[in-house]
Design a protein around this ligand. Structure first.
Ligand SMILES: [Zn+2]
Length: 123
C-alpha cells in the first residue's frame, strides 16, 4: 500500500486572517481537482489535495497566501512543496505567496518563482 501522509493547507487573506483550511483526502474526488490534474497530465490525481480543498473552501475570497504543512507518522515536519496539479490551481487562482514545510523549517516562495517543469523533475 502506498504511504499516506497528512497534509494541511491554510489560506490567508491580505491582512493575514485565516480564511480556510483543509487536509488532503485519499477517498474523496472532486471535479476541480480532476480538471487541474488533467491540465498537467496527472489524470490519476483525482483525490482532493489539501491545497485545492482549501482553495475551494475559501469560496470567492481572494487568497493572498497559502501555507502547506506535511507531517510524518510521528508529527515531524516533512517537505510539503505543492505538486504540479496544485501549482496549476494556485496559478489559476492567482495566489501570490506560497509557504510550505520542510524538514529544515518553512520555505516561502512567490508565485512567479514557482517553476512547474522543475517541479515535475522532482516527482
Ligand atoms: Zn497537490
Amino acid at each position: 500500500m502506498k504511504q499516506r501522509y497528512t497534509i494541511v493547507a491554510h489560506c490567508y487573506d491580505k491582512r493575514g486572517i485565516l480564511i480556510s483550511s483543509a487536509t488532503n483526502n485519499y477517498d474523496k474526488s472532486h471535479p476541480l481537482q480532476k480538471y487541474f490534474a488533467e491540465r498537467v497530465g496527472h489524470n490519476e490525481k483525482i483525490y482532493l489535495h489539501a491545497e485545492i480543498a482549501a482553495i475551494l473552501r475559501a469560496k470567492d475570497k481572494q487568497i493572498h497566501r497559502i501555507c502547506i504543512y506535511r507531517y510524518g507518522a510521528n508529527g515531524e515536519a516533512l517537505l510539503a512543496k505543492p505538486c504540479p496539479v496544485c501549482i496549476e490551481a494556485i496559478r489559476a487562482f492567482n495566489i501570490p505567496t506560497i509557504t510550505w514545510s520542510t524538514k529544515e523549517g518553512m520555505v516561502t516562495c512567490s508565485l512567479d518563482s514557482l517553476n512547474t517543469s522543475k517541479q515535475l523533475n522532482l516527482l
